[in-house]
Design a protein around this ligand. Structure first.
Ligand SMILES: Nc1ncnc2c1ncn2[C@@H]1O[C@H](COP(=O)(O)OP(=O)(O)O)[C@@H](O)[C@H]1O
Ligand SMILES: [Mg+2]
Length: 255
C-alpha cells in the first residue's frame, strides 16, 4: 500500500511548553483519518507542522516517500500535501472563481516573461487554469456563485471554497481543520458527502480535525486521538471509543 504521510517523533514547544510531544503516525493512500482530542490538545499545531506552516523542534516528516521535514507550505504542496486555510481577508474582494484560479499549482500565465515573450502560450495556460477552476467549483457545488465576491459567501460556502482551493493545488493528501465547525447542518452533510466522493472517486486522502463526533464516526477509516500533545490512542472509531483513557480525556465529555 502506498504511504502518503509519515510523521516520526514530531515535537514543538512554545516558550518552554511542549504542545506537540513526540507524535508519530502514518497515513496510507485512500484513508480518511480523523484527528480528535480536547481543546488545546495540539491538533492544529500538529497540522501546522505537517503542512510546513511551523517547523518542528525535532522529528521528521515524509510525504509520498520524500523527506519533507521543515519544507515550506508551497514545497509540501508540490509533494502532494495541502491544508485548508481560512480565506485571507485580502482575497475577500476577489470573486469565487478568481480565488480558485489563484490557488493553481503553476500560474505560468502570470509570469512576466511568459506574458511578454510568449503571449499566446500565456493565454492558453490561463484558459486551462480557468477551465480547471470551473471543474473544481462544479465539484464543490459553487458554480452558481463563481462571479460573486468571496466575502458574500455564507460560512459553509467559504469552507467549500477553501476546499476548492486545496483541490486546485492538485495535492493527493488534504488536511481539513474543523471544516464543519459553525456550518449549517445541511451543509455539514453536503461537506461529508463531498469528502467521501473525493476520497472514493478522485483518490484523495484526508486527515480531518473535527469536534463533531458523528462526522468523524461516519467518515473516518481510522481515528487518532491526541491529548496534551501526545497520541493517546489510534485505530477504528469503535476501538478508540472503547478505550477508557479516551473516554476519560475526551469522549466522556462529549457524551
Ligand atoms: N503560536 C503559538 N504560541 C504559543 N502557544 C501556542 C501557539 N499555538 C498554539 N499554542 C498553544 O498550544 C496549545 C495547543 O493548541 P492547538 O494546537 O491550537 O490545539 P487544538 O487545535 O488541539 O485545540 C494551546 O495551549 C495553545 O494555546
Ligand atoms: Mg485547533
Amino acid at each position: 500500500m502506498t504511504t502518503r504521510l509519515v510523521a516520526s517523533g514530531l515535537s514543538k514547544s512554545f516558550s518552554g511548553t511542549t504542545v506537540v510531544d513526540n507524535v508519530s503516525f502514518t497515513v496510507d493512500a485512500g484513508q480518511i483519518v480523523g484527528l480528535i482530542g480536547p481543546n488545546g490538545a495540539g491538533k492544529t499545531t500538529l497540522f501546522n507542522l505537517l503542512s510546513g506552516v511551523l517547523k518542528p523542534d525535532s522529528g521528521s516528516l515524509a510525504v509520498n516517500g520524500v523527506d519533507a521535514t521543515s519544507l515550506p507550505p508551497y514545497r509540501l504542496s508540490r509533494l502532494g500535501l495541502v491544508r485548508t486555510f481560512q480565506l485571507a481577508r485580502e482575497l475577500d474582494k476577489l470573486t469565487v472563481l478568481e480565488n480558485v484560479q489563484l490557488a493553481a499549482r503553476d500560474n505560468t500565465g502570470e509570469t512576466l516573461a511568459g506574458a511578454l515573450f510568449r503571449p499566446g502560450a500565456a493565454r492558453a495556460a490561463e484558459r486551462a487554469t480557468t477551465t480547471r477552476a470551473r471543474e473544481v467549483l462544479a465539484l464543490v457545488s459553487l458554480s452558481a456563485h463563481e462571479s460573486k465576491p468571496a466575502a458574500t459567501l455564507s460560512g459553509g460556502q467559504k469552507k467549500l471554497l477553501e476546499l476548492a482551493r486545496c483541490l486546485m493545488a492538485e495535492a493527493d493528501t488534504i488536511l481539513l481543520d474543523e471544516i464543519a465547525a459553525g456550518v449549517a447542518p445541511h451543509l455539514v452533510e453536503e461537506i461529508a458527502v463531498l469528502i467521501q466522493r473525493l476520497n472514493r472517486d478522485h483518490g484523495k486522502t484526508f486527515v480531518i480535525i473535527e469536534h463533531n463526533v458523528g462526522f468523524i464516526r461516519n467518515l473516518s477509516s481510522r481515528v487518532v486521538v491526541m491529548a496534551s500533545g501526545k497520541v493517546l490512542a489510534e485505530g477504528s472509531f469503535d476501538h478508540v471509543a472503547a478505550d477508557p483513557a479516551v473516554v476519560a480525556s475526551y469522549l466522556g465529555q462529549a457524551a
